[in-house]
Design a protein. Sequence first.
Length: 196
Amino acid sequence: MDSLEFIEQHISASIETKQALLSTETVVQNINKAAMLCLEAYQRGNKVIIAGNGGSAADAQHIAAEFVSRFEFDRPGLPSLALTTDTSILTAVGNDYGFEKLFSRQIEANGQSGDVFIGISTSGNSANILAAFEAARSKGLTTIGLAGTSGKIQNTCDICIGVPSTHTPRIQEAHILIGHIICAYVEKELFHAKYG
């Protein structure tokens, strides 16, 4: 396979995953439910908290930035936290309590009833994300999972958006699309009439 074929193969695989996402009715319905939950949280004056590991940590920060800064147009910022950014907190919690508690400890400290927690795990089995869901439930947060088709995450959050794939890069590409859809919907519903 030459380099052009290699590139085309990867683009085709990404398109196929997004086509599968589009044609899986439960996934589309769960994206809609997740967008509505985030919108309702902001309408109440709550916030969206997001976490993940590795590439999913970058996705958590990306989505939080879209809420806080802007997505399609200028408007007031929306409160959102990525639990992956503060190295002092991450190293303190990791050292004192272990890697599994990285996110649950932050939810205990900063989560409030009515907030939304989005946990991202391509495997569906990230121990610190699963622990964060438990902490979020105990504090009255609504929980949304972004995953693939497997793992314990499927049954540990209020809504799980399972990308129909088992290939990590394709799942991650779909996760950022889903994050963009949620941000776009929330922004449109809250601000379009005044700022759009």
